[in-house]
Design a protein around this ligand. Structure first.
Ligand code: FMN
Length: 214
């Protein structure tokens, strides 16, 4: 494994010791096993508000005027990462507001009115993306909205959406008792994030008829 690869794990729950954090820690362990340079952040520590109207809100030097730590989370941690795993609870069949605010707030820095927007756009693209979900309900439909959003985000940013892990639980850390062992899946996602085979074909893609070499 190329030790220069950087993985960022973003936890979107307000619960520091919740199920998303439990699964995020498993992703971290997997990435460390693979020798990946990994860091983990709780979005709640960095974001204190929603995106506003940039036209009224932006400072004269182009910087966002919301006084929290999103600038460093996005420009230092996210843009420099080769891969990002989003770990969010399912809230109302969508991602948590913290996670959604993360995506929305990126607008402030890729909008034309930000002086370095072109570099930001370039650095937002071509990452490996993973998704880890914690929810109470087990049926597949509960997660589809979030999976769809991450798929569209990945398509839009020319990124590769390489895997989804779902863990079930409600009380803090209860996901550890999920018999489908999502911690193992999360660990594996972390280990394989840069190595996992990723394909997305079109009708005219030149390819072999077999997926795995014998
Ligand atoms: C505001 C809120 C909305 C929720 N909505 C759903 C839901 O739509 N479907 C579901 O399966 N669980 C839902 N849950 C349960 C959480 O997804 C579940 O408890 C999850 O494990 C919490 O993860 P965390 O410990 O990382 O915060 C909701 C919980 C909260 C607090």
């Amino acid at each position: 494994m190329d030790a220069s690869k950087k993985l960022l794990i973003l936890i979107g729950s307000p619960r520091r010791d919740g199920n998303s954090a439990t699964l995020a820690t498993a992703v971290q362990h997997g990435a460390e096993e693979a020798g990946i340079n990994v860091s983990m952040r709780l979005i709640d520590d960095y974001i204190s508000g929603f995106l506003r109207d940039c036209r009224n809100c932006r400072l004269p030097d182009g910087e966002c005027s919301i006084s929290d730590r999103f600038h460093s989370l996005f420009l230092d941690d996210f843009l420099s990462a080769d891969g990002v795993v989003f770990c969010t609870p399912v809230y109302w069949y969508g991602m948590s507001a913290q996670t959604k605010a993360f995506f929305d707030r990126t607008f402030c820095y890729y909008a034309n009115s930000y002086p370095e927007s072109q570099q930001v756009l370039k650095r937002m693209s071509n990452k490996r993306i993973g998704l880890v979900l914690s929810s109470e309900e087990t049926y597949p439909g509960a997660s589809l909205g979030i999976i769809h959003q991450l798929q569209e985000y990945s398509r839009y940013t020319y990124s590769q959406f390489v895997g989804v892990v779902r863990g079930f639980g409600n009380r803090r850390g209860e996901v550890q008792r999920d018999p489908s062992s999502p911690e193992l899946d999360a660990q594996r996602l972390g280990r394989e994030i840069f190595e996992r085979k990723y394909t997305d074909y079109g009708l005219d893609t030149d390819r072999s008829t077999q997926v795995w070499s014998t």
